[in-house]
Write a protein that binds this ligand. Sequence first.
Ligand SMILES: N[C@@H](CCC(=O)N[C@@H](CS)C(=O)NCC(=O)O)C(=O)O
Length: 212
Amino acid sequence: MKLIYFDFNFWRVDILRLCLSYSNISYKYERVPRQDWQKKKQSFPFGQLPVLIYDNNIYAHTHSLAIFCAQQANLYDNDKQKILIINQVLDWANDITIKIAPSIRAAMREKNYEKSKRLRKEFIKNDLLVWFSYLEQLLKRSSSENKFFTDKFSIADIIAWRVIYWFTSRKLDHIDPNFLKELPKLKNYYQNLMSFESLNNLREFKEITKAD
Ligand SMILES: N[C@@H](CCC(=O)N[C@@H](CS)C(=O)NCC(=O)O)C(=O)O
């Protein structure tokens, strides 16, 4: 099994790596340097990363790959309603990424820092707490103790941990790293995951949190 992503850490690929590693499934990992992307883009399905190479076939799209890796790692579920909960966390992660993406693109691609700042402030005003409170609400109505989304550690918790880590790790300009104080249940959930040994002992977890 081989995963391919860019030469930086991001939740879309990290959730796949964490899943596989959790169940000791070995995988290769190729990082494409950003400067090589334009000449390589067309060789990937959908012109995007991450991709998974499995049994000589290539597969794309975070959602599909996440379900596949979680199934391999026994971090998905067989219960239809639990599957719905897990899939919603995946869709939440995708949606909040799409919401913040214009402010990232303005800085990274266009090098227009004023525009990026304006878009980031708009995101903070309109979306940041709204979207994290959606996640907190989902946690509250899905789990009995606000410990794991489906009451059993799953890829949903890996995704939620990774995305909250991204938003609270001071990597995103203008975002108060303490914004979760407004959402105490989600904050507590996240802190429990930070100290959950089955997760924080993984090599990938250490690498992700050390890189910042
Ligand atoms: N629908 C894709 C979106 C993946 C995506 O947006 N990948 C970005 C990096 S995070 C990318 O490949 N950007 C380069 C490009 O679109 O040229 C998925 O679910 O994985």
